[in-house]
Design a protein around this ligand. Structure first.
Ligand SMILES: *Cc1c(COP(=O)(O)O)cnc(C)c1O
Length: 447
C-alpha cells in the first residue's frame, strides 16, 4: 500500500476540520467549495516583512496575484501594506479595486499589451520590462501620455538559459543605452526563477546589485532589484515524503497510472519567510559578504514577489463523497466536483498530500485497518480523477462524507477551474475565527 502523506494543517484548518461548519456549508452551498483563511495570509505577510526588519535591508513584499483569484487576499495585501504583482489587465483592475495603490503595483509578464502598459503608466506602477521591443513601446506610450514610466529590466538568468523570459546580456546593454534621456525611468533590475534554490537566487541577486552600480554610473537611478517569487511551501513532513519516494510503485495508483511530469517537491526543509532569510544570509558566488550586507552597502532595495508562500495554509477545498464503488482491494470514490479544482494535472502530475476524510456520521470507534481509495470526479471523462493514488483512509469512506484537500490556496484551487459539464465553479468562502466560533462570508458577496 502507498505511504501516508498527511498534509500539515495550520490552527484555523485544524479547528475547522473538527467544526460542524464544514458540513453545514456543504449543505447550504450544495456542492464543492473552497475555504479561504485570510488570517493565515496575514501571518505569512508579517513573517516576510519581519525578515526585512531584522536584517536591516530595505525591502518590499509584492503578493503575486496569479496564485489565487480571490478578492480577499488582494484586500489583505492592501491593508498589510504589501504591493501586488499583476500580469494582466484583469489582475490590475482587481488589485486597484481591492485598494492597492497604483504605485504599489509591479506589472510582470512577457510582451505586455498596450492597454496594460497604458493603465500601468497612468497608475504609476512599476513595470518589469521583458524585451527590447516592449521597452520601445513603453517609451512611446509614456511619451504620448506625457508621463514617466517606472521600469525594471528583467534579466535572463544564466542558470536558466532556456527561459523564455528576460533580456540577455547583449540586449541589456542596448536597453541601458536607450533608456538615458527617454520617458522611461530605470528603477532597477529583476528576475524570477523556476524552482526553489536559495543559492541560485542569492547569486543572481548579487549580479543585479552589480548591474545597479553599472546603471548608476550611466546616470540612471537604479536603486531596486526584484528577485521574484519561488519561496517554497512545506506541505508534508520530511520523513513521510522520504518514505513515499522510497516505496512509490505504479500499482499504488488506479490503472497503474504514471505521471510524466513527476511530482512537485511537497516537502521543503526551508520554506516561506525562512527561505528569504536564507537568501539574505547567503554569500553569493564571487562575493565576500552576505547578500544582506551587499544590499545595505550599495543602498539597494530588495523586492520579492511571493505567491504560493503567502498563501501557505490560507485555504482548502471541500468535496462531498457522492458514490463509493468497490474494486479489487480498493474503492473508487466519486466526489461532487472535478479535478479542474486541483491544478496539478496541468503538469501531468497530481496533488499528493492525503485529503482528509470528515465523516458525515460520528465515528463508531477507531478502525484497525486502512481503507485505500482513489478519488474520481463527477464527470464522464475516464481520465478525470482528483487522486489516482489509492489513499489509505483511516475509515471506510461513505456517501455524504466530506473529502478535504488541505493547503490548496496557492495555485491549486482555481488556476484552471472551468464550468466543464455545466458543473458550477466551487464558491469561495472566507472564514475567520472569532472568540467563540467561526464566521463566514462569500469572497464576492452578492451585489
Ligand atoms: C509566478 C510569479 C511569481 C510568484 O511565484 P511563486 O512561486 O508563487 O512565489 C513572482 N514573480 C513572477 C514574475 C512570476 O511570474
Amino acid at each position: 500500500m502507498t505511504a501516508r502523506l498527511p498534509a500539515h494543517a495550520g490552527p484555523e484548518t485544524r479547528g475547522l476540520l473538527a467544526d460542524p461548519l464544514l458540513h453545514e456549508l456543504g449543505h447550504g452551498l450544495g456542492g464543492p467549495y473552497h475555504v479561504l483563511l485570510p488570517t493565515a495570509f496575514d501571518a505569512n505577510a508579517t513573517a516576510f516583512q519581519a525578515v526585512f526588519g531584522e536584517s536591516g535591508v530595505d525591502g518590499r513584499v509584492y503578493y503575486a496575484k496569479k496564485a489565487n483569484k480571490a478578492a480577499v487576499f488582494a484586500e489583505r495585501a492592501a491593508v498589510a501594506g504589501l504591493g501586488v504583482d499583476v500580469a494582466s489587465r484583469g489582475e490590475l483592475r482587481e488589485a486597484l479595486a481591492a485598494g492597492v495603490r497604483g504605485d504599489d503595483l509591479v506589472v510582470t509578464g512577457p510582451a505586455k499589451a498596450d492597454e496594460l502598459l497604458r493603465v500601468a503608466v497612468l497608475q504609476g506602477a512599476l513595470i518589469a520590462v521583458d524585451a527590447l521591443d516592449e521597452l520601445d513601446r513603453l517609451n512611446a506610450m509614456a511619451g504620448e501620455l506625457g508621463r514617466t514610466a517606472r521600469a525594471l529590466l528583467r534579466v535572463l538568468p544564466s542558470v536558466q538559459p532556456h527561459s523564455r523570459f528576460g533580456l540577455e546580456e547583449s540586449d541589456l546593454a542596448v536597453a541601458l543605452a536607450r533608456i538615458g534621456g527617454s520617458a522611461v525611468s530605470l528603477e532597477g533590475f529583476s528576475f524570477h526563477l523556476s524552482g526553489y534554490d536559495v543559492r541560485q537566487r542569492a547569486d543572481l541577486a548579487a549580479v543585479l546589485v552589480r548591474l545597479c552600480s553599472r546603471a548608476r554610473a550611466l546616470g540612471l537611478p537604479a536603486d531596486s532589484i526584484s528577485i521574484g517569487g519561488g519561496f517554497a511551501v512545506d506541505y508534508v513532513d520530511g520523513a513521510d515524503w522520504r518514505r513515499f519516494g522510497e516505496s512509490n510503485r505504479a500499482e499504488h495508483f488506479h490503472a497503474e497510472r504514471r505521471f510524466g511530469g513527476g511530482f512537485y517537491p511537497y516537502h521543503s526543509p526551508v520554506a516561506g519567510a525562512d527561505a528569504l532569510r536564507a537568501v539574505l544570509a547567503c554569500v553569493p558566488a564571487g562575493e565576500s559578504v552576505p547578500l544582506a550586507e551587499m544590499l545595505r552597502t550599495a543602498n539597494v532595495r530588495l523586492l520579492v514577489e511571493p505567491g504560493r508562500a503567502l498563501l501557505d495554509q490560507a485555504g482548502f477545498t471541500v468535496f462531498r463523497v457522492q458514490g463509493v464503488k468497490d474494486r479489487d482491494g480498493y474503492a473508487i470514490l466519486t466526489v461532487d466536483g472535478s479535478s479542474l479544482s486541483l491544478s496539478e494535472q496541468w503538469f501531468d502530475s497530481e496533488f499528493l498530500p492525503d485529503p482528509v476524510l470528515v465523516p458525515a456520521r460520528p465515528e463508531a470507534g477507531p478502525h484497525a485497518d486502512l481503507h485505500p481509495a482513489c478519488v474520481g470526479a463527477a464527470t464522464c471523462l475516464e481520465s478525470d480523477l482528483l487522486t489516482w493514488r489509492k489513499i489509505p483512509f483511516p475509515a471506510p469512506p461513505a456517501v455524504g462524507d466530506l473529502l478535504v484537500y488541505l493547503n490548496t490556496a496557492g495555485y491549486q484551487m482555481d488556476s484552471n477551474e472551468s464550468p466543464f459539464h455545466e458543473l458550477p465553479l466551487p464558491p469561495k468562502v472566507v472564514v475567520e475565527p472569532t472568540a467563540d466560533r467561526f464566521r463566514w462570508h462569500l469572497d464576492r458577496r452578492p451585489a
